[in-house]
Design a protein around this ligand. Structure first.
Ligand SMILES: N[C@@H](CCC(=O)N[C@@H](CS)C(=O)NCC(=O)O)C(=O)O
Length: 229
């Protein structure tokens, strides 16, 4: 039995993605949470300083796409990246889109909304002394507006951002018109990467109900074992 340790923030969509990948493979694993100011230690785990980081039998891996590909190599019985070339291409594009576009919607809805931010702080400060929450809040509320402004989305109003997001969700709904999963008949890394981002929006934002108002997306989300599924 392999020894697997996931270093995570429970509310990180990329860590959510890796939990899903490990569960897809039926692998048991332990988690180490970097709540509160323990986040400073997370930055030292890998050169990129980001989470997830996975320790697999003593080998340390970073970046969720890299980890997912590694898991397929080690456990090829059930593939995250499908063998069919067309499904594979679509899965990889969706995975990349989820990480580079959808992620910023998740950040916007969580970090620029006071109510969602408090819910996120509850998650990321669980088990830590109360005073650490104030420090984490200060760091998050300085870092993310700047990050979102540089990326672009931060320059739009919430109404505009939600409208753009729901257009994407509508497109996902259309992809599901004649198939149970985003790239065909089977769950792939494309579904996992997208559902992990949506999960984290649904967990803390008031847009949850509108995301799940698309019937095919709602059914697919449940099929993928989504948080509210
Ligand atoms: N491309 C990376 C992105 C990981 C990422 O951005 N993780 C966030 C948490 S959701 C993080 O560690 N942020 C801390 C930082 O940027 O300093 C992946 O897929 O793993």
């Amino acid at each position: 039995m392999s020894e697997i340790v996931l270093h995570q923030w429970v509310m990180s969509p990329f860590c959510n993605k890796i939990r899903r990948c490990l569960e897809f493979k039926g692998l048991s694993y332990q988690v180490v949470n970097y709540n509160g100011l323990r986040a400073l230690q997370a930055a030292k785990l890998s050169p990129a300083g980001k989470l997830p980081v996975l320790d697999y039998d003593g080998e340390r891996l970073q970046d969720s796409a890299h980890i997912a590909r590694f898991l397929d190599q080690k456990h090829p019985d059930r593939l995250l990246y499908p063998a069919d070339p067309q499904a594979l291409a679509q899965s990889r594009l969706l995975e990349d889109w989820a990480g580079t576009s959808l992620y910023f919607y998740e950040l916007y809805l969580r970090m620029l909304d006071p109510v969602a931010m408090e819910k996120a702080l509850d998650l990321v400060c669980t088990g830590r002394p109360r005073w650490e929450r104030a420090v984490v809040k200060l760091v998050l509320s300085r870092r993310y507006p700047k990050k979102l402004g540089n990326q672009g989305l931060g320059n739009y109003t919430k109404v505009e951002v939600v409208k753009m997001l729901l257009q994407h969700v509508q497109d996902l709904d259309t992809l599901l018109l004649e198939q149970p999963f985003l790239t065909g008949e089977a769950l792939t890394i494309g579904d996992i990467a997208v559902v992990a981002q949506l999960d984290e929006m649904i967990r803390t934002s008031d847009v949850a109900e509108r995301i799940l108002s698309f019937p095919r997306v709602k059914a697919w989300y449940a099929r993928c074992g989504g948080m509210n599924g």
